[in-house]
Ligand binder design. Structure first.
Ligand SMILES: [Zn+2]
Length: 63
């Protein structure tokens, strides 16, 4: 599993990531720790801190 350094999304594959950050070639890392499942970004304080707007799984720390 990979994580995008720009938007924190957890990715099953390194390619095929359409990054919502708008960055064309975001940094994808294998070195990440912990994740959070965001179901309703509008109601999640953490989602707001991480600037998450789409439900999904997001890594907490990415190296
Ligand atoms: Zn991304």
């Amino acid at each position: 599993m990979f994580a995008c350094k720009e938007c924190h999304q957890i990715l099953e594959q390194k390619d095929k990531h359409n990054c919502p950050s708008g960055i064309r070639e975001p940094t994808i890392s294998r070195e990440w720790q912990g994740f959070v499942e965001v179901i309703d970004p509008a109601k999640s304080q953490l989602a707001q801190e991480l600037d998450i707007r789409t439900p999904g799984r997001y890594a907490l720390r990415i190296r």
